[in-house]
Design a protein around this ligand. Structure first.
Ligand code: NAP
Length: 313
């Protein structure tokens, strides 16, 4: 059979993605009928939708024989509760997204680890002689050991940091001390001189970092959040920064984006804001991952990276 695929990305994405999807299909020997807009296809004919939460398809009801909604993003919180979607929903796992996130995490961790800011802002005549600790003397905890968290944990471990990771189910990752579940959270936080958040936003993870859990971090801890803004209680973080228990927070994601000008994070001395650029799904690297899913649909195989709708990720 020739699967009928609807590209549900934003109109501005169509030309770029079409080219990469067709290249990837040729490379994987897939013949597919690729339609780039909902008006180009009868909904009842569509086997799979390449789905973007900001794209034109939000009501899946007319797509009666749909066998997969392939989310273009790793985060699924905007679609996971969509009751019109009955087909399996997959989240994006692709090498470019993973590499980009690892770069962001390593870059911002190294900035704070080495203390680069202090030297870039040194006044003439200033000559500070406080050497940073070695990576092997710094403890880093990564909350979330999925596609992005595991890659980041491995990269940090490869640089010599003492890395602890935390997930729902226990993992086994060389060079990473793996903890799991609610019972492991306290130990994970206590080992987080630097704490990296790479959890999905779900009912169980919203406000995971709050006034109580922030106290479990070591005095002077630093936070790096490229996960989702609502993982952190903003007011509790501001209070922890003001009291000095948290020394610095590097935040890429926020409850409201773009971060409103009046939000205190912009001017807080211990906060670095980056504009949700930690990573992104890239057409050139993601097309192959999407085509591999479509091949599975053609062959009647179960999809990869299927979201557990009840758990929310
Ligand atoms: P993923 O593969 O689904 O991994 C999620 C990880 O979180 C898993 O290790 C999972 O545990 C763990 N987890 C989930 N709920 C938990 C809970 N209640 N307690 C403990 N651990 C829990 O997701 P991913 O692909 O790595 O992406 C992670 C998040 O990064 C995305 O959801 C998105 O929000 C964010 N993101 C941000 C950007 C950006 O540019 N800032 C870009 C892409 C993604 P198990 O392994 O046991 O299931």
């Amino acid at each position: 059979m020739t699967p009928v695929i609807l590209f549900g990305g934003r109109p501005a994405q169509r030309d770029l993605w079409r080219a990469h999807l067709l290249d990837a299909a040729a490379a994987q020997g897939l013949t597919m009928d690729l339609r780039m807009a909902p008006e180009d296809v009868a909904p009842g004919d569509v086997d799979a939708i390449i789905y973007n939460p900001e794209g034109p398809v939000q009501d899946f009801t007319p797509y009666a024989k749909l066998r997969g909604a392939l989310n273009m993003w790793a985060g699924v919180e905007q679609v996971v509760g969509n009751k019109t979607l009955k087909a399996p929903l997959t989240r994006m796992v692709e090498p470019g997204l993973t590499l980009g996130m690892t770069d962001w995490v390593v870059a911002h961790v190294m900035r704070r680890h080495v203390g680069i800011d202090r030297h870039l802002t040194m006044a003439p005549g200033d000559w500070p002689q406080d050497h940073p600790p070695l990576a092997r003397d710094r403890r880093i905890t990564v909350l979330g050991l999925g596609a992005l968290g595991e890659a980041s944990a491995r990269a940090l471990s490869g640089l010599g940091f003492q890395v602890t990771g935390w997930s729902r189910r226990k993992k086994d990752i060389p060079g990473v001390r793996c903890l799991a579940g609610p019972a492991g959270l306290r130990d994970a936080l206590a080992a987080g001189d630097f704490l990296v958040l790479l959890l999905p936003l779900t009912e169980a993870t919203e406000n995971l970092l709050n006034a109580r859990t922030l106290r479990d971090l070591p005095e002077g801890a630093e936070i790096f959040n490229p996960g989702r803004g609502a993982l952190i209680d903003d007011d509790a973080l501001m209070a922890a920064l003001a009291g000095g228990h948290v020394a610095h927070a590097t935040l890429d994601v926020f409850r409201q984006e773009p971060l409103p000008r009046e939000h205190p994070f912009w001017d807080a001395p211990g906060v670095t804001v980056t504009p949700h650029i930690a990573s992104v799904t890239r057409a050139d690297t993601a097309a192959g991952a999407l085509v591999a899913q479509i091949v599975r649909i053609r062959d009647g195989l179960p999809l990869l990276h299927v979201v557990d709708r009840a758990r929310g990720y």
